[in-house]
Write a protein that binds this ligand. Sequence first.
Ligand SMILES: NC(=O)c1ccc[n+]([C@@H]2O[C@H](COP(=O)([O-])OP(=O)(O)OC[C@H]3O[C@@H](n4cnc5c(N)ncnc54)[C@H](O)[C@@H]3O)[C@@H](O)[C@H]2O)c1
Length: 450
Amino acid sequence: MSVFELTDADRAAAAEHVRFAEREAAKTGLPADTPLRPVDQVAVIGAGTMGGGIAMALANAGLPVVLVDADAAALERGLQRVRANYDTSVQRGKLTPEAVAERMARIRGTNNLADAGGPDGADLFIEAVFEDMALKQRLFRELDAIAKAGAILATNTSGLDINEIAAATRRPQDVVGAHFFSPANVMRLLEVVRSPDATAADVVVTLMALGRRIGKVAVLARIWPGFIGNALFRQYNRDAHFLVEDGALPHEVDATLTKFGYAMGIFAVHDMAGNDVGYPTRKAQMATRPTDRRWNDLILKLVEMGRLGQKSGQGWYRYEAGDRRPQRDPELEAWIVAESARMGITRRPIGEEEILERCLYGMVNEGARLLEHGIALRPSDIDIVYLTGYGFPAAQGGPMAMADRIGLPKVLAAIRRLHAEHGFWWQPAPLLEQLVAEGRSFADLQRAGG
Ligand SMILES: NC(=O)c1ccc[n+]([C@@H]2O[C@H](COP(=O)([O-])OP(=O)(O)OC[C@H]3O[C@@H](n4cnc5c(N)ncnc54)[C@H](O)[C@@H]3O)[C@@H](O)[C@H]2O)c1
């Protein structure tokens, strides 16, 4: 039996773990008497994909929201999208027209940021403008000028350094990451990201409490590239692409991942999100990235071939008009085979066990690294991030609980083997090695308090 297969007892233990992990995530380790700052009014800046969803999540919980966008047409589109989402809920019988009217009345749009400032203005600003450091710094300088004293200044950045954003203000203690997931009115995860040197304790506990108030599962993280979720995702994603270069085809990787319990495989997810997401950043990094390790660039080429995913009718798969179901594409598969040859790789058949080891064990290894650096407070927080934000199968309990169930010695042995075969990216995390040497699990580490 594969180590990834579950017995009924495993499933029951995972369910119990998930309940426990949700309770644990609420604990910040900060003094219990840390006072909350009042949050009665919120301003969301940027009425795009994220801003609109965040505004809905807040309005749904009864909070008045000012939705700010510098571009009049973008604001109008954003408000219309909010309205359309609510209309869908009415059509599905989930909300009454009266409830929608109440919620819409809580969201006021403006093109002028100053409308949200001043002593009667927002207690909390959540920035969701384009992912551009210069733009965010400019905006935070403006916020510094208009926000009342004590207002919390939060950024929804997916990956920029929050310390650099905070440095644009004279109040870095009030700056914090509030990383929502798309669609923000639906996804339960909120990563609260603090700068250990700067962010004030009452800002952290206030944002964690706000998360609960709006029905999210808030998880505390420290600043780190990709925070908790995307740091692990990078490992998962990277090896999925290497598997395709080494001999697997996208549908084989995806089928293995869905059999494991994911609702969608990673290549289908890329096609849904758009293969061009993150393209400019990755392209810009190519010139300066280290040359001593392997990189996966097939997705960049896919974008350059116009294979953006569902929206262009082809990506890792092809799509019939009006049908989102991925179909295998012989043309794409022939191209992948040719790319492997161009890279000097002799393709070989790759089985399910290898696909799962390479997609999942890199996450466990990175999780250990995050724990070692104090980026995540505890192993179960990493599980919660994965269960609520990244579609990790609940029956597996999360990546860290899964590793405990399989047994850390087995997981480490596989990581060592992968390191010998594939090099750099698979260096075993020192904490994982230490736990195995001491005969301990992630759960033991958590029980011991760190
Ligand atoms: N899309 C996602 O899945 C996702 C998930 C998590 C985090 N994020 C992060 O959230 C942020 C927003 O992403 P998005 O996908 O919603 O972007 P988007 O392009 O959909 O929307 C950005 C909006 O910001 C507005 N804007 C730009 N400059 C402005 C300014 N100076 N003042 C006010 N409004 C301004 C634009 O007009 C646009 O409407 C980014 O930092 C992104 O990395 C995105």
